[in-house]
Write a protein that binds this ligand. Structure first.
Ligand code: ZN
Length: 323
């Protein structure tokens, strides 16, 4: 499928090549390629994102583009103090008025019983990849549910700050949408930014969050990746300020660039994905399940968007009182 005409001139070319992919046999992290089995919902998780030496989850004729190295941590964008939220009540001076945000709760609650549909290959940014995956789960708590619950909290906070929020799915009872459509929602929504919400499934001893920003792919993310990395840093800082620890098992200081994620690659505007924690780790899971933990994540995402708004949109920052 061809890209639609570029919005704001950010995307300049369509895909140059389409690569043949043999169906992925096993998965990497929840955001990448967890595969479903028919009607069982059983899950296979291999916490080996692209770029990791252990990554071997793709059987492709051409690998996705090589990821760039992580950005230096010293490039940090100032974020709001921990526990402080920008004031906003929908008035014209609310800090996110005019900003259109696509929120993407990863996966969906019924993906596991639609393996044929979610294993269909789609254009994930110049290469083919499964439409979607089941995500991870632990102790009866599915990642798709966490993603959706948290996204709803994020929507509430962003809306109160004046943003227009578009969700890629409105419930946790269906399957899909495919990763390409999640990214392309930014075009139909006229969005400024996309934030995809996930939780990971790594070894029980691994813990912490990480923020993923796209590598630079000509015709896809080349024009948006630099601004996405600024948002990723701001979000990382906002999470740390709220007591979340950067992942001990992936990335560098809570950040990693990946070029294999269709949701990010197909977005026409800056896009980041946050893996909020490791569901297989007891302490992480407790935090992810708790309303306070989900509210803290929502606060961090809001803070990061407020602090990077002018970078994302090219517009002057709105006045943002802090309470
Ligand atoms: Zn996921």
């Amino acid at each position: 499928m061809m890209n639609r005409p570029p919005r704001r001139g950010l995307m300049t070319a369509t895909a140059l090549c389409y690569c043949v992919v043999v169906l992925m046999l096993v998965s990497s992290s929840c955001s990448g390629s967890t595969t479903a089995t028919p009607d069982t919902g059983s899950i296979k998780v291999h916490p080996t994102p692209s770029g990791s030496p252990a990554s071997a989850d793709h059987r492709t004729t051409m690998s996705p583009p090589v990821d760039p190295p992580p950005i230096p941590i010293s490039d940090s964008t100032t974020s709001l103090p921990a526990g402080k939220m920008p004031a906003g009540d929908g008035r014209s001076n609310a800090p996110l008025v005019g900003l259109v945000v696509v929120l993407d709760p990863g996966h969906n609650g019924r993906n596991g019983s639609h393996s044929r549909e979610i294993n269909r290959l789609v254009n994930a940014g110049g290469f083919q990849k499964a439409c979607n995956t089941t995500g991870t789960a632990d102790s009866g708590y599915a990642e798709s549910r966490f993603n959706f619950e948290t996204a709803q909290r994020v929507r509430t906070v962003l809306s109160a700050l004046g943003a227009t929020v578009v969700m890629t799915r409105e419930n946790d009872e269906g399957w899909g949408p495919c990763i390409d459509q999640r990214g392309l929602t930014t075009e139909t929504a006229g969005a400024d930014v996309l934030v995809s919400i996930h939780a990971d499934g790594a070894g029980v001893g691994a813990h912490g969050f990480h923020v993923i920003y796209p590598g630079s792919i000509p015709g896809y993310t080349a024009m948006t990746a630099p601004r996405a990395s600024v948002l990723a840093i701001a979000l990382r800082d906002a999470m740390v300020a709220r007591g979340f620890e950067p992942a001990t098992y992936v990335g560098s200081k809570g950040l990693i660039a990946r070029s294999d994620l269709g949701t990010l690659n197909r977005s026409g505007v800056p896009a980041v994905m946050i893996e909020c924690g490791n569901m297989h780790n007891r302490a992480d899971l407790a935090k992810l399940r708790s309303p306070d933990g989900q509210d803290a994540i929502a606060s961090a995402i809001a803070s990061a968007l407020v602090s990077t708004r002018s970078t994302l949109t090219g517009l002057p920052p709105a006045s943002a009182a802090v309470r």
